[in-house]
Design a protein around this ligand. Structure first.
Ligand code: AMP
Ligand code: MG
Length: 346
């Protein structure tokens, strides 16, 4: 199959919509990351998403809609979800709803809930409107690779496996949506993302919990509340190590480790805040944004992780952010990319 990569236009959107209605796959931009979409009500089409990505069948997908009127045929709508939809849709918040039987098992991996989101990216909204179908879409990467934040990343992973990629430029947020579970009464963040815990608490007027496995590996025999958390994710091929502690000491430990690895014949580099680029100039520093702007780190992270593979790195040391606000989502992805391998600089 030849993959076409087309800029978003009226014609390419019409072509993409026709493909979706025929049960084909289309990659499209959203404000979080690029998605790989199929008609959510066509089980055969949805199965093709799993084979194109090499995604385990027990990892459910998020269904994308452009209008709340599309919810009723898919799921029950609990009261508590209303203020959240009002405040954050369209946007990077995925909510779990009790599903109806119209939703094929393959979409939810047999779970009683279906994850639904209304993206704000104009091209995603237009695609959903023109096609008229709810679109099941995970991130448009090969399973295990960092999520794609540009059309070029999608092409890297899925060339010749899907018919069409719509190119809408780089994604604004750069990390996947927040996944919130309201189905057990108390709200729990299963995956942190662009909508932060504070933002949710302000609207719900009650505390919001964060699933324990967000900032640590799953324990043996622990059930993943969000099945995606079970898998090795976002990982570059290099051995990535996080370095935490006093900033001055972090910089000098990263430098020392990087140079020691090189002395042993490994290719090594560092991921650091812009403020530390100069101090780490001998270590092939990769800029992860400014210390004071976690949104910038979110926006750049997956692109930087992919670059490490292209550069054939063996060993990488990275600075960390406080796990607050957008920092929580960044540290969830960075932690998993590093398999939570951490050094303390004291
Ligand atoms: P992706 O689309 O690749 O960003 O992955 C979707 C994420 O949402 C994965 O981590 C899934 O495990 C999670 N997810 C989707 N549906 C459900 C559900 N019904 N219950 C819990 N987590 C879900
Ligand atoms: Mg994904």
């Amino acid at each position: 199959m030849i993959t076409q990569l087309l800029p978003v236009s009226e014609q390419s959107l019409a072509m993409a919509s026709a493909l979706l209605r025929q049960g084909e796959l289309v990659a499209f931009p959203t404000e979080t990351v690029y998605g790989l979409g199929a008609d959510a009500l066509n089980a055969e089409a949805v199965r093709n998403i799993f084979s194109a990505k090499g995604r385990p069948a027990d990892n459910p997908l998020i269904v994308h809609i452009y209008d709340r009127s599309q919810l009723d045929p898919l799921c029950e709508i609990p009261e508590a979800s209303l203020p959240l939809m009002e405040a954050f849709w369209p946007g990077p918040l995925t909510l779990l709803f009790p599903r109806k039987s119209t939703v094929p098992d393959v979409v939810t991996a047999g779970l009683p809930t279906v994850a639904i989101r209304m993206p704000s990216h104009p091209a995603a909204a237009a695609l959903l409107r023109v096609s008229g179908v709810p679109v099941a879409a995970p991130s448009a990467n090969r399973s295990g690779r960092p999520s794609p934040t540009t059309a070029a990343h999608v092409l890297e992973d899925l060339q010749d496996r899907i018919p069409l990629i719509l190119d809408g430029g780089p994604c604004e947020v750069g990390l996947e949506s927040t996944v919130l579970d309201l189905s057990h009464g108390d709200p729990v963040i299963l995956r942190p993302g662009g909508i932060t815990k504070d933002m949710l608490e302000k609207v719900l007027q009650r505390p919001v919990a964060v699933a324990g496995s967000v900032l640590r590996p799953l324990r043996e025999n622990e059930t993943a509340l969000s099945p995606g958390m079970r898998y090795k994710h976002y990982a570059p091929r290099a051995v990535l190590t996080l370095v935490e502690g006093d900033p001055g000491k972090v910089v000098s430990l990263m430098r020392k480790r990087c140079l020691a690895d090189r002395a042993e014949g490994r290719t090594a580099c560092v991921l650091c805040f812009r403020e530390h680029m100069e101090a780490l100039r001998e270590c092939n520093p990769h800029d992860i944004g400014s210390l004071s702007h976690p949104e910038e780190t979110a926006h750049r992270l997956f692109d930087v992780l992919r670059a490490l593979d292209e550069e054939g790195m063996d060993s990488v040391y990275s600075e960390v952010l406080p796990p607050e606000g957008m920092g929580l989502a960044v540290m969830n992805r960075l932690g998993r990319a590093a398999a939570f391998r951490t050094l303390r600089a004291d």
